[in-house]
Ligand binder design. Structure first.
Ligand code: KG4
Ligand code: ZN
Length: 341
């Protein structure tokens, strides 16, 4: 008998993107609809949780309908519903979770709760059909910076994490300090192309008792001190040089720790995930380091790096075929840990 395809409708609403996707067999994206609230939150310099929840409620039905229409799939043809249930903003998560539960109940479809970071990691499966665990994944998003050993589908071991700011958070804060606005990562990425990455030597933090851990508060403070110093001495502030030098300091540390993990664990496969994984300097620097060390290097397209539902569909597929099911009592868990259910 021919094996039937598995179709999953995935929903993501953990932060400021309302997203839905239909994914076939975990790796083929039939639709990937994202309604971004960035323009709205830009007015306030960052994500306003209450506004995010309200916008999710306004948009979610349309986004889901568009995802189904674009994929040419009806609810009856689906095998399961996947939804992000944490970590994230509780009010934002609840909109996706309530919606997924309603569809699951009404259409009598199995429900699979997905960890947001597991989604980011799974984004790598979509465009890399040859990628299979085990591999090492550097997850760098607005809320998380994790170095993860992916031992198998759904089996994660976090070996390094940030002690303070997440990488994306550092990008956003530094961007605000030099007047670039929100969201800072893409703006720093762009401005850096006009700057000299060696103009200012910002610190590369080492964390004492875990060689894989990160700390970005030092480099952020160094940027603020540099700005104050310039102002006090009446020296010009060269934003492009600051952006490029900051970006290089952050990327140097991310690359060094990831490569060290690959060497120590003897798993010569490295993947990037999360919003900061779309940073051009990070991708280039990691690619060069991997070529030098003979490490296979994987990274998602920019649209699959930042928040989207296709990645949740991929993660939900592997959870689903592994037998994972959520009940209608599934709740949003804002501080959900990776590997916990
Ligand atoms: O993964 P994501 O979309 O949301 C979270 O789960 O947090 O990541 C958003 C973060 C933001 O901090 C944003 O500034 C950063 O990713 N980001 C970037 C770039 N694009 C997005 N950081 C550096 N360079 C980029 N090109
Ligand atoms: Zn994310």
């Amino acid at each position: 008998m021919e094996k039937k395809d598995t179709l999953i409708l995935a929903i993501e609403s953990s932060c400021d993107e309302t997203a839905a996707a239909v994914v076939k067999n975990g790796r083929e994206v039939l639709s990937n609809v994202i309604s971004s609230q960035i323009a709205l939150h830009t007015l306030y310099g960052g994500v306003v949780p209450e506004i995010a929840s309200r916008k999710h409620i306004e948009k979610i039905n349309y986004v889901i309908q568009e995802a189904l229409d674009e994929a040419g799939v009806t609810l009856q043809e689906l095998d399961a519903i996947g939804v992000t249930y944490g970590p994230g903003l509780v009010g934002a998560l609840l909109v996706g979770v309530a919606e997924a539960k309603a569809i699951s109940y009404a259409a009598n479809l199995p429900l699979v709760g997905v960890h947001h970071i597991e989604g980011h990691i799974s984004a790598n499966y979509i465009e890399n059909p040859d990628l299979e665990p085990p591999f090492i994944c550097l997850v760098v998003s607005g809320g998380h910076t994790h170095l993860v050993v992916v031992n198998d589908y759904g089996k994660y071991e976090i070996i390094g994490r940030t002690r303070d700011d997440a990488a994306g958070e550092a990008f956003d804060k530094v961007a605000r300090a030099i007047g670039l606005g929100y969201p800072g990562g893409p703006k720093i990425d762009k401005l850096s192309k006009e700057g000299n990455p060696d103009a200012i030597r910002f610190p590369r933090a080492k964390v004492e008792d875990n060689e894989y851990d990160f700390s970005f508060s030092g480099v952020k403070s160094a940027v603020l001190n540099h700005l104050n110093g310039c102002r006090m001495k009446g020296e010009p502030i060269v934003e492009a040089d600051i952006a490029a030098s900051f970006q290089k300091a952050v990327c140097d540390v991310l690359v060094a720790h990831a490569i060290q993990a690959v060497k120590n664990y003897k798993i010569p496969k490295l993947a990037l995930a999360g919003g900061v994984a779309s940073n051009s300097t990070l991708r280039q620097a990691m690619k060069e380091a991997c070529e030098k060390e003979n490490i296979a290097f994987y990274y998602p397209s920019p649209v699959l790096c930042t928040d989207n539902a296709a990645m949740i569909g991929s993660a939900a597929y592997y959870e689903y075929i592994g037998g994972s099911r959520s009940g209608l009592d599934l709740n949003a868990v804002p501080n959900l840990r990776l590997g916990e259910r």
